[in-house]
Design a protein. Structure first.
Length: 212
């Protein structure tokens, strides 16, 4: 079933049966709390476990439940969020423009998802960032030949490397070594080794013990 974003800007999906039932239960629990019922009494009346009542009671808004239960679910937009973040950092806050840009890259979701993500980034008191790729996924991008890497994966790798100079240098060295092997340019190995040593992380200096 297609999910529809709340016109108010909430990321909580409307038009989804589970989401609407959760919202209704949240409202009912808080109405009964306001009426003076205990959590145990609410559990008996609504036939909820104590843990479920606590979840609804502790959530100030349904959006709090959304962030806890829905945010980790896969979305068609997930792979493109690093690109969206980069474009926002560059000053482009027009969701329609960026939505048009990611369609040729393979995005098949709705424009409403892009708009809701931009709106959440703008209105949330806590920074919302795209989930970083796992080390295994990032390593796969680095080890692949750049010309065979899909454009969206290239963009996601770029978003990772821009925040990690060490990994950026490692990527350069890995690809240079692959080129040396593919083109049988053994004479470049000494120069390549010098570059690797130059960029290698330096071990921390041991702290000197002061005599007393």
């Amino acid at each position: 079933m297609e999910k529809f974003e709340d016109p108010s800007g909430s990321p909580w999906p409307r038009g989804h049966r589970f989401a609407d039932r959760t919202r209704a239960n949240h409202a009912t629990v808080h109405e009964l709390l306001t009426a003076g019922l205990s959590r145990r009494a609410i559990g008996r009346q609504l036939r909820m476990t104590s843990r479920t009542v606590k979840l609804f009671a502790d959530a100030a808004t349904p959006e709090d439940l959304f962030r806890g239960q829905w945010q980790g679910r896969p979305s068609k937009l997930d792979a493109f969020k690093p690109y969206l973040d980069d474009r926002r950092n560059q000053g482009c806050t027009n969701a329609w423009t960026v939505g048009e840009e990611i369609v040729p890259l393979g995005y098949q979701g709705s424009y409403q998802r892009v708009r809701a993500y931009f709106r959440a980034k703008r209105t949330s008191p806590n920074p919302i960032t795209a989930r970083p790729p796992s080390p295994r996924v990032a390593a796969g991008w680095i080890l692949r030949r750049p010309e065979t890497l899909p454009e969206i994966d290239h963009l996601r790798l770029k978003a990772v490397l821009v925040h990690c100079p060490e990994l950026n240098a490692l990527t350069t060295h890995v690809r240079s070594f692959a080129q040396i092997l593919a083109e049988r340019q053994g004479e470049r190995l000494p120069q390549w080794l010098d570059a690797v040593r130059r960029d290698a992380p330096q071990p921390p200096h041991p702290r000197r013990r002061h005599r007393t």
